[in-house]
Design a protein. Structure first.
Lengths: 686, 716
């Protein structure tokens, strides 16, 4: 298949932000996750857990609560005191409403989805009415002494439980007055702690209130009498989160020790109707605090400071024992944070609040498979570009020639011109960006670096011609009438004639750049697109979907290619379909038109379309070189998928030239090393 | 457990027409096929599983077969000797023995031996041995005389020892016995005189032997009815000299002493021998299996029609001439246990009942089944039983209604009936219901305490504490330590408070009432002199595996190794609690707990009990540290970790109290000493860890963990 020099890059010092809240939406089977940097991500659990949308964060906007209302509307509230609604179509913030109660610690949507309740720093619980396009403040409940850290509605919507410091209040929604005040024991293992913080409450339909607190207790209260019914001491540290299943037959709690406990309602004896809550399963998938848990009908979902989102299917709820029943651990974003200038061998790394530009090293030596070559020049850190303002970077790109850098935040678009004079590099900002270029979801330069394509969050695509030090707006492709869906992925053909763009759900649109019109739309597919690319010469569009299918669509012919039809007819190898990270980048070999290079977080693969396809009986991944086999056997067993798993977790991989690859890895150990230390547990003998 | 199955008759034709019954039964080259040589003129090839003859050959009228036919495993041919000197060799296809190969030798043959993987050997009556091939090449060669005049070969056997054939034959001269060992790799012959010991007057009636690495274990059945074992070394130290071997008593009175003839012995395996002969003076002859390890009778089978006093054993079958017919008795040996063996012994020694012991019929047995092995066995049988007509539901209903009013005895019977039925999927819930019903009645009328039934139910292995929370409560109330021990062993989910309550009872109950209780002692071995005992055990193990040449050398270093712990053992006195209490405490040590929940309960234990328990734990720790593996002897002893954890827990919970008690001072001091040594070890380990980490770092550097590198990759 060929020998490559691989630039193995591990200096991308990327640390994912810790997970603060998760909210599961039963209607659409989607999961909203908010991180400590304010980013909110939407995962589609039906589409192979693909992260299909994200809302960039903001320095001042620490999200403390996240919830879905009426199935489609997503609200968050945070320490800046604002309630925010997100526009899931345009991928921006619809509006922000100040609750005027200081930092907001908790939020809950009423069971009917018409009311929103927030708990504030000043001890107030505020009720908002959810109107079709906004929320409106209705009234305050009786003010409490200290901050309201958790809220839960009774399923009938008549009562609300609110967890504060040292006590839980039960409110009557109609009157807004506290019906009961349940004091929580501060004692912790016989030692009196200063305060007992109620991190979470859950109100069940039978009137039971479950609370989790900083003393490591899970307590069951009778809300009618205001008495403690049962007490489970489960941890030496805080229990920080709770989530109850819709059937109210099981719930899950997460502790600061990284343990997730599953509680289930089981019969006391064989044939009695009397049931009791029993702690059934502990899971230890996290090393740090589990800040948030969610309970989907089939899985327990947890996330925390160690940045992993863990989806643990409940085996008793899984009907078919297929690959979906496996544990999922999502660590890296499903979008690209790295772009590359092939000509100058530059890598641009995108961080939350800055960009880094690196030049790859070089070597003159050669070697055989597995050798590490001596460097004649090491990699250089050329540039550290900080953003202005508190907003996080949404996307960034470096032009193939290496002389342009563009990035965007929620409200501003930045374009820089880079000049290289020997070893010196100078940066010049292109000022006076047009008003329509405010925010971009995706930026792409054409192969000759003469054009810039920007996908804005209103669904429009801007085409801009770049000149020396300035630019000219050429055209804007408006979205089809009626749709406002934002485009997240762009691909341009190397000859500069075709531009493909894809949103989160609708099909892929192909535009003709020469004539500046829509050329065709690839038939839409059930699963979101994870990566797009147009092959040189043939102008075949290669599309990877979150269900691990790969299609090849001929743009000139406006139809799927023969190879694509063949592979759809035969089906992909089962191991290929069982991979659990999406393909995030596709590229092509300049000299070998039959090759497609693609990668996910744990492998990269070169598909050789000239070779026969593997069937389920063939070995998909063979790491060993076929040494002692004859040519006949080698030819017979060779198949189209050449897979390498050497580099992982792989965040980016591309061909720099015919014989050179660049692979950007981010070892998990390096991430763990930069996280705060976990709670130390005493072990015998240490 | 060894067992004899129902035998079957092999031939419809009466055999044993000759003066001495059959000449022999020998294996053929195919499994399951055996050559039976009649005392007269006939050789018959039988297929045992089909119970039918495959072929039959006879010598001419007037000729007589003098030596049992054998199969030459290398060629598949059969060899027989008639008229002492004439060899006949034939194969399956041959019909008439007159027309087959014949060789007349110059001396009289005693036996032909054939063994898998070697050439057949011919043993002459004068003691010389020749390979068959060499003999056939020159049939009239001169055969030397090896044994003296009037010395007669009584018995012979061949073995394969490390791929070499070894032949043993026993001769007798004027009541003295000699063993000759002929080795064919070195062509050496060694002679041993068998010393009969005190039983000089007895006559050896039957021999059998097995090979055990460097020894041939020769067993002999004497006329006094006892089995003796003689270890004859295969590799003599000085082959030239006349050597003596003594015999030791292995089994006492396996056959009635006055049985003059018709007794035979054969070794079945390492631990079992089969004996043919009457068990009691008046009884009929029978085949019996004895366990030599436990000296117990395992199984026996009466042969009322009498036997010829010959017994052969091949594969899994015992061959015996019963009356006029050759009978095959399949023999099976499952893993034996002491309990099972003891059960047999009781039966066989009870003179009131039948002399022939039976197996315990698990299906009808009731109660008194202690120990997990037994109950497992019973479960297995229960499961194997075919479903009977009675349906589950009525049986359990009947039982439940019985519980409401009937006496304990009746309930027990009903329960046995119920348990004998094949378990249904909801077996455990029904068991749970039964237990709660029993406990309900116990609560209502405290005098009703169906102990046996409850015990039996616990041993079904399906109960747990959460299924019947009242059970242990009731047992605690009654201070029924046996039941508590059983619960601790069987239940997976005992709350810490109950464990602690059990502990309190176990510590506080008086020695007197403990002596009465029937407690499972398997976790306790005799700690008092465990050092010596262990050494003994080691030795017996060595014997089991055969002779160990290094044994003597090792003894010294062993002693040196043991020196130190022995000093330590002298320091501590004997076990601070009686064995029964130790067994109970071990059950506590084995139970699962979460320290967070256990600690508050441990605080409630009175100080002197804490001290006692600590003393016991410390004693266990010392016993543990006496051997290299850091384990305690016994079947199911507490592990070192359990002991350590409990010491920590007890001290954590009661430290202030223990510090105040004067009698605990010495104990604390010794605990402190051993903690210090542990800390020492830990710090040493830490030091090693640092070096290891450095090594790992070096390794990682080799693995190229730098931030940037250019590598070569070839895709195939």
């Amino acid at each position: 298949m060929g020998e490559f020099k691989v630039h193995r890059v591990r200096f991308f010092n990327y640390i994912p932000s810790g997970i603060r809240c998760v909210a599961y939406n039963n209607q659409s089977n989607r999961l909203a996750v908010s991180r400590t940097d304010g980013t909110v991500e939407i995962y589609n659990l039906s589409a192979n857990y693909f992260q299909e949308k994200f809302f960039p964060g903001h320095e001042s906007r620490a999200t403390e609560a996240l919830c879905w209302a009426k199935g489609q509307r997503l609200f968050s509230a945070g320490l800046n005191g604002e309630i925010i609604e997100y526009d899931l179509q345009a991928l921006n913030i619809k509006y922000a409403v100040d609750a005027f109660g200081g930092p907001i610690w908790s939020m809950a949507v009423s069971p009917h989805g018409s009311q929103l309740l927030v708990g504030c720093e000043d001890g107030s619980v505020k009720l908002f009415q959810i109107t079709p396009d906004k929320i409106q403040f209705e009234r305050n409940f009786d003010r409490q002494k200290s901050r309201i850290l958790s809220l839960s509605w009774h399923p009938s919507g008549t009562h609300v439980a609110a967890g504060s410091i040292d006590y839980i209040s039960v409110f009557d929604v109609k009157s807004g007055s506290a019906v009961h005040k349940m004091l929580v024991d501060r004692q912790y293992m016989g030692v009196s702690k200063r305060k007992c913080i109620i991190w979470g409450v859950a109100f069940l339909s039978d009137g039971t209130v479950i609370s989790v607190d900083s003393a490591g207790k899970v307590q069951f209260w009778d809300s009618a009498t205001g008495t403690l019914v049962k007490n489970h001491l489960i941890a030496n540290a805080d229990v920080q989160s709770i989530a109850v299943s819709d059937q109210e037959d099981s719930f899950v709690v997460g502790t600061a020790e990284g343990t997730v406990f599953h509680f289930q309602l089981v019969s006391v004896t064989s044939n009695s109707s009397e049931k009791q809550w029993v702690r059934t399963k502990p899971f230890q998938h996290h090393t740090h605090d589990v800040r948030a848990v969610a309970h989907s009908p089939t899985a327990l979902i947890s996330g925390g400071t160690d940045t992993h989102l863990v989806i643990r299917p409940l085996m008793e709820k899984v009907e078919v024992k297929n690959y979906d029943a496996a544990l999922r651990k999502i660590t890296f974003p499903h979008r690209r944070l790295i772009s590359c200038s092939k000509k100058r061998q530059l890598l641009l790394f995108q961080f939350t609040h800055h960009l880094e530009l690196w030049r790859l090293g070089s070597t003159v030596a050669t070697g055989k498979n597995g050798d590490t070559l001596p460097l004649s020049r090491d990699a250089d850190h050329l540039l550290h570009l900080k953003t202005k303002g508190p907003e996080n970077i949404i996307c960034s790109c470096i032009s193939p020639c290496g002389s342009w850098i563009a990035y965007s935040t929620t409200s501003r678009f930045f374009l820089y011109r880079l000049n290289y004079e020997h070893d010196n590099i100078s940066l010049q900002r292109v000022s006076k960006m047009p008003a329509f270029l405010r925010s971009a979801l995706q930026i792409l330069f054409s192969e000759d670096s003469a054009k810039l394509f920007v996908a804005s969050n209103q669904g429009s695509l801007h085409v801009i011609r770049l000149l020396e030090g300035s630019f000219k707006h050429l055209h804007t492709f408006q979205p089809q009438s009626g749709t406002v869906e934002s485009m997240c992925l762009l691909a341009v053909s190397p000859d500069g004639n075709w531009l493909a763009s894809s949103g989160t759900s609708a099909g892929v649109h192909v535009y003709n750049i020469k004539h500046l019109k829509l050329h065709c739309t690839v038939p839409s597919y059930n699963f979101p697109v994870t990566a797009l690319a147009i092959a040189p010469n043939t102008n075949n569009l290669v599309i990877a979907h979150s269900d691990q299918q790969v299609f090849e669509y001929s743009i000139p012919d406006k139809q799927y290619t023969e190879w694509s039809r063949t592979i759809q007819k035969q089906g992909f190898h089962y191991l290929w379909l069982q991979r659990d990270t999406p393909i995030t980048h596709i590229s092509f070999h300049p000299k070998r038109p039959m090759h497609i290079l693609l990668h996910d977080a744990y492998m990269f693969c070169i598909i050789d379309k000239s070779l026969p396809l593997p069937n389920d009986k063939t070995l998909l991944y063979n790491p060993l070189p076929p040494t002692n086999e004859s040519d006949v056997i080698r030819r017979r067993t060779a198949h189209a998928f050449k897979i390498s798993k050497i580099y992982k977790p792989l965040l980016f991989m591309d061909l720099l030239d015919e014989r050179t690859l660049v692979a950007v890895e981010r070892p998990l150990d390096d991430i763990i090393a930069q996280l705060p230390p976990p709670i130390k547990k005493k072990k015998f003998g240490t | 457990m060894a067992a004899l199955e129902e035998g079957f008759t092999l031939s419809a034709v009466p055999l044993g027409a000759g003066p001495h019954g059959l000449l022999g039964v020998e294996q053929s080259d195919k499994a399951d096929q055996f050559l039976v040589t009649d005392g007269g003129r006939t050789v018959i090839l039988y297929k045992v599983s089909d119970q039918k003859p495959l072929g039959s050959w006879s010598v001419k009228q007037g000729q007589i077969i003098t030596c049992p036919a054998v199969c030459n495993f290398q060629t598949g041919e059969y060899i027989v000797v008639h008229d002492n000197k004439v060899l006949r060799i034939w194969s399956n296809e041959d019909v008439n023995l007159d027309k087959v190969f014949k060789a007349t030798l110059s001396a009289e043959i005693y036996r032909i031996h054939s063994i898998q993987g070697a050439e057949p050997l011919v043993l002459f009556k004068e003691g010389a041995v020749r390979g068959l091939e060499a003999l056939l090449a020159e049939p009239q060669q001169k055969i030397e005389t090896v044994i003296s005049d009037e010395e007669v070969i009584k018995w012979t056997k061949i073995f394969m020892v490390f791929k070499h054939t070894v032949l043993i034959f026993i001769t007798e001269k004027h009541g003295n016995y000699f063993a000759y060992i002929q080795k064919f790799n070195s062509h050496t012959l060694s002679k041993y005189t068998l010393l009969l010991g005190q039983e000089e007057k007895s006559v050896i009636q039957s021999f059998s032997a097995s090979v055990d690495r460097n020894f041939i274990s020769l067993m002999s059945l004497s006329s006094d009815g006892c089995v003796y074992e003689t270890l004859v070394p295969i590799h003599p130290r000085d082959p030239e000299k006349d050597q003596r071997v003594v015999r030791s008593l292995l089994l006492k009175t396996v056959v009635s002493g006055d049985a003059r003839n018709g007794v035979a012995l054969t070794v079945l395996d390492q631990d079992h021998v089969a004996v043919l002969g009457p068990l009691l003076p008046s009884s009929k002859e029978c085949v019996s299996i004895w366990n030599t390890k436990f000296q117990t009778l395992q199984a026996s089978k009466e042969l009322p029609q009498g036997t010829s006093g010959q017994l052969w054993y091949y594969g899994e079958n015992l061959f015996v001439l019963h009356g006029k017919f050759l009978t095959v008795i399949p023999y099976k040996c499952e893993v034996s246990s002491l309990a099972g063996a003891l059960g047999k012994l009781k039966h066989s020694q009870d003179p009131g009942t039948q002399t022939v012991p039976h197996f315990v019929n698990w299906e009808t047995s009731r109660g008194h089944r202690f120990g997990s092995q037994n109950s497992e066995q019973s479960k297995r049988i229960l499961r194997r039983r075919k479903p009977e007509v009675s349906v589950q539901n009525p049986a359990s209903k009947q039982l439940l209604s019985a519980i409401k009013k009937d006496s304990e005895k009746h309930i027990e019977e009903e329960l046995c009936k119920f348990l004998a039925i094949k378990p249904t999927p909801d077996f455990n819930t029904i068991i749970g219901d039964i237990v709660s019903e029993l406990l309900g009645r116990h609560k209502a009328e405290p005098s009703f305490y169906p102990r046996n039934s409850l015990m039996q139910l616990i041993q079904t292995h399906v109960l747990s504490h959460s299924l019947c929370p009242g059970l242990m409560e009731a047992a605690l109330e009654k201070a029924d330590v046996q039941m508590l021990q059983l619960c601790l062993q069987q239940f997976p989910d005992i709350p810490e408070s109950v464990t602690c309550a059990c502990l309190k009872i176990f510590l506080s109950i008086s020695d007197g009432s403990l002596q009465e209780a029937e407690i499972n002692m398997e976790s306790v071995s005799d700690y008092s002199d465990s050092v010596q005992e262990e050494k003994m055990e080691e030795q017996t193990e060595v014997l089991h595996n055969g002779f160990n040449a290094e044994e003597e050398n090792c003894g010294n270093c062993d002693r040196e190794l043991n020196k130190k712990p022995q000093d330590a053992a002298e320091e501590t006195t004997s076990c601070p609690v009686i064995p029964k209490r130790a067994a109970l405490l071990n059950a506590i040590l084995h139970s699962a707990y979460s320290e967070m929940f256990l600690l508050p309960h441990l605080k409630d234990i009175p100080a002197q009990h804490v001290t006692l328990f600590l003393q016991y734990l410390y004693f266990l720790y010392l016993k543990c540290s006496e051997n290299a593996t850091m384990t305690l002897p016994g079947l199911h002893p507490p592990t070192l970790n359990q002991i350590m954890d409990w010491i920590c827990l007890l001290l954590d919970a009661n430290f202030t109290v223990v510090v105040m008690i004067p009698e605990a001072k010495r104990l604390l001091l010794s605990l402190y000493k051993f903690v210090k040594s542990q800390v020492c070890i830990c710090s040493e380990l830490n030091k090693i860890e640092v070096s290891f980490r450095e090594l790992q770092k070096l390794n990682q550097e080799k693995n190229n963990r730098e931030l940037y590198s250019i590598e070569v990759l070839e895709l195939f």
